[in-house]
Write a protein that binds this ligand. Structure first.
Ligand code: NAP
Length: 279
């Protein structure tokens, strides 16, 4: 999968996540790539998870190492329990622990409702929802084992679930995707409630339209981009760095009191822009 250029965030304080170990799933492309790089820029050691694109993952690792932190690429299909367990065990072995999980890996398999196959439905639920469940469960076991280390962070661990504006906005032709993100919202809030007493912070980011390979057809041509901009009050399509900045902030102690929240990073897409001139 192609990677997006220009992911170095100049504005991120270099020590915000110093000494922390971050696992970013689906980190060889798009939002995950930008987030992994931004975490490294903020001083974290980073595991760059991917499933197919090894070469792209290795390039991301090189970008992150340039900040003087540790980075490694780990292959694992987030929807496969054995592979997720092996990935998190390996991270604990090689990096010592896990402080931050960004459960970002995701995909679309679009079809109109009656054309959608069970395989398309199942695949998207498996990767987008079950994948986040498995990664969150295994990371949480490590957070609980280690507990709070005050010199590193006020929390025992931080989980950031990558959701979507489609946890709120229905999306015709994408019922599998919208259902997966609706599931992510309730999973995130339930985990946040269950784990907060253990000093584990679980939150989500709900991106709007961000320029990545997953939605290339929505922004690639000027006509498509104009259609898209009608849905975005702020008047620009989002960049992966917009999400990466939110992820670094949510993972840091600056946001230590943010628990069970979904941060919409969408240029106002969820503000029902059609009502600005009607309704
Ligand atoms: P992307 O560029 O297509 O990246 C998807 C990433 O997920 C790739 O790194 C891919 O790895 C990985 N992946 C897919 N299946 C996997 C699996 N089974 N196990 C492990 N990794 C897997 O898409 P993106 O836009 O950055 O999307 C990232 C997340 O943001 C997704 O959860 C998506 O739903 C969410 N999101 C995106 C937008 C947007 O506008 N772009 C909006 C809202 C939400 P390989 O390359 O190795 O397959």
């Amino acid at each position: 999968m192609a990677s997006i250029e220009g992911t170095l965030r100049q504005g991120i304080p270099a020590h915000l996540l110093k000494g922390q170990k971050a696992l970013v799933t689906g980190a060889n492309s798009g939002i995950g790539l930008a987030t992994a790089v931004a975490m490294g820029r903020a001083g974290a050691d980073v595991v760059v998870n991917y499933v197919v694109g090894k070469e792209e993952a290795e390039k991301v690792v090189e970008q992150i190492r340039a900040f003087g932190v540790r980075a490694e690429a780990y292959q694992a299909d987030v929807s496969d329990e054995d592979q997720v367990v092996a990935m998190t065990n390996r991270m604990v072995e090689e990096f010592g622990t896990i402080d931050i999980l960004v459960a970002n890996a995701g995909m679309q398999r679009d079809a109109s409702f009656t054309e959608m196959t069970l395989a398309q439905w199942q695949k998207v639920l498996d990767v987008n929802l079950t994948g986040q469940f498995l990664c969150a469960r295994e990371a949480t076991k490590e957070f609980l084992r280690r507990g709070v280390v005050p010199e590193v962070s006020r929390a025992a661990g931080k989980i950031i679930c990558m959701s979507s504006v489609h946890q709120l906005i229905p999306w015709a032709g994408h019922v599998n995707y919208a259902a997966s993100k609706g599931g992510v919202q309730m999973m995130m809030e339930t985990l946040a409630q269950e784990l907060a007493p253990k000093k584990i912070r679980v939150n989500a980011i709900a991106p709007g339209a961000i320029k990545t390979p997953i939605n290339r057809s929505a922004w690639e041509t000027p006509e498509a981009q104009n259609d898209l901009l009608r849905l975005i009050p702020y008047g620009r399509v989002g960049e992966p760095d917009d999400i990466a900045a939110a992820a670094v902030g949510l993972a840091s102690d600056l946001m230590d009191y943010v628990v069970g929240a979904t941060l919409y990073v969408d240029g106002g897409m969820t503000l029902f822009p059609g009502f600005a001139t009607g309704g």
